[in-house]
Each structure stands twice: as structure tokens, then as C-alpha cells.
Design a protein around this ligand. Sequence first.
Ligand code: PMP
Length: 409
Amino acid sequence: MAEIFDIEKIREQYPILQRTVSGKPLIYLDNAATSQVPRCVVEGIEQMYYTTKANVHRGVHTLSQEATDMVELTREKVRAFLNAASTREIIFTRGTTEAINLVAHSYGDRFVDGDEIILTVMEHHANIVPWQLLQRNKRLKIVVVPINQAGELDIAAYEALFSSRTRFVSVAHASNVLGTVNPVKQIIDIAHSHGVPVLVDGAQATAHMAVDVQALDADFYAFSAHKMYGPSGVGVLYGKEALLADMPPYQGGGEMIGNVSFEGTTFAELPFKFEAGTPDFVDIAAFSRTLDYLQMLGIENIAAHEQTLLEAATAGLQQIPGLTIYGTAAHKHSVLSFLVDGASSYDIGILLDKLGVAVRTGHHCAQPLMRRLGIEGTVRASFAVYNTMHEVEQFIAATARVAKMFARK
Ligand code: PMP
């Protein structure tokens, strides 16, 4: 089969992929936790440290202005990446987690006793706990959309959860455990027909599919740079301007103010109202190179390559006796969760590591989903643009070998 990319050329951009683990070539299949970073992005970080490190947004000197321009250039590229209407709708955060906390605390300020929030059973803890924290001060009800056997959301059950007290819906674009890609457009349309806004947790989506927040009509969209070939410490919250304008600040400090006095303080315009303190300007500036990189490769090409790997890995694992795959949705992204009879996910993960294969094990910060599946955790392999078919074959062979060890017991 013709390769979409020259994978060897792509891999040259990732020196980490040359290293060994346990004396074996590294096969990095933990991309859903964090992806590796290409040279061009690391060089962006280096360049900023070597030539342009200055605090942003409040300096008249050249370095500060250049640093500010670089951060604002990234903001414009993020706007284009998401097809947002304005850079005022793009807020830099530390990651998806902080973005969701921002919305929960700031938008959630208006919730009152008896209000209801709809989440789904497949949410990451980052999209559960911030909403629960609101329950410390208010009697809010969290209601949960169930899944079917394949790991797809039950949309009829979702529709039935709306009541006159529903105030918010927060849902993952794609599951970090099951790989399910949720029908977020449909989910948003249903919520809007009830006058309810929706936050989409895009942590597992932005590296694998094109996202158009206007086409989705998403009210909020959150993601992390480190899962999409970007630096750590940077995330984005997209929010519709009319909603953000009407929300109170989340954190207070420098950068987010208009005028401060002890009698009272006014707040900066969007998006700065939500960016208290010095942002991670070095990594934000370098993130601009990630967005160029993704555009150069083409997100559709990345998705097609990963889909080929996912299908081959799924077919290979299905042949292994005693192995169960969790998550068989019709529409999946490049995440593959499984367990082997007689072994815990940790057993499998540790043994695969000895064979050079890096996978994630455990509950994947989705304990309610584990409870729903009736298991403690899974082994999760997740693919990125730099993974090869050869690696997938090695992974299948390694898993078969490990599974056999447990079958003998
Ligand atoms: N949501 C989902 C679906 C995730 O997979 C993750 C990361 N595992 C997060 C939220 C949290 O992302 P971060 O830790 O980068 O804030």
C-alpha cells in the first residue's frame, strides 16, 4: 500500500524516536498522553530563549515588542486553526484542564441551586472534577449520558436528560480511552434547541481531525498543545465572544486589568481579561511552529495514516487469544484500549516496556468509565503521524508474546 508520507523523513524530525528502551528500539505508542515534538518546534523554543526572551504585553523595548508579536501571531494562527471569528475568542491557558476549570468557575458563577449540568460517562476527570467543585457552594445536579456496548454515546438518552433546569453541557470530542469520536455537532444542536451552551473537550481531537468551531457552533472548545506535537504548558480555550464578554474573570493579577485601585478594579478587554499573570510566552510562541507543521502535513493526511495503523493494530490484536478490545465505535480515532485474560493492565504495560513498547496502563483519568465497563483499567496504545506499520507489527507481536505468558499460567 502506498504510504501517505515519507515516514522516515518525518521521523528524522524527532530525535527521541532514535533512542532505545530496555535495549530495544523505542516504539512510542503513548501519544494520547502526550505526543513527541519535532525539531522545528524545539528550535522555536531555543530561538526565543537565545534571541527574544522578554516579558510580553507591557514593554516598549524591542525584545518585548517582538516577544509580544510572536505570542499574538500564535493567537492568530490558533484562530485560523479553529476557524474562530476573532482572536478575542482565543485564550491561552496551561492546558485543557485549566481551560475547563476557567469555564466551570467563570461561566458557572451564574448557576444556582437546582441547576443541572450534563456530562457523559466517558469524560476525563478534567471534565468532571471542575464541575463537581462547583457543588461545594451550590446544590448542582450532574447528570450523565450513558454509552452503548460499542462505547458510543446514547443520543436518545442524552436528549431525554434535558430539563427546564439544564444549564450546561460539557462533552469530549473524542474519548481518550475508547477512541470514540463523538457526534459533537449533533450534541451541540440538541443542546442549543434547549437554549443550553456546550463546552467541547478537544484534548483528544485537535491532533487527529480538523476542527471548525463555527461550523460546530461550539460555545467553548478546549485543547492542549502537548498532545498535538506542541510544547508542554500551553493550552487554548476558545469561547464565543458574546459569552466570554459576559463572564467574570477567573484569576486576578497582572495583564488582566484595565485600571487598579483599592477602591475597585476594571478588567482588560478580551482575551486578556482571562490571562492573568505572565503567560508561558516562550512555549506559546513556539506553538505557532506546531500549527505550521500541522498545516504542512495536512490534518486529513495525518488522520488517514493513523487510521491505517489503527485498523492494522485492531485486526492484529483481534487474533490474539484471550485479548479483549474496549471501544468498538464505528467512528474512532487512533486510540486502542485492551486487556488480556488473567493479567492486569500494569502487568502487560511493564512487559511491553521490556520489549521497547511504550503504552499507557490504568484508568486513564476516567474512573467513572472504568466502573461502567466493570474493569480497573486498560492497556492503551495510541498512534501518531510518526508511527510506522513496522512498529504496529512489532507491537502486535510483542502483545501476542506477553498474552501467551499469561495464557500458560
Ligand atoms: N481531556 C481529555 C479527553 C484528555 O485526554 C486529557 C489528557 N489526558 C485532558 C482532558 C487533560 O489534558 P491536560 O492534562 O493537557 O490538561
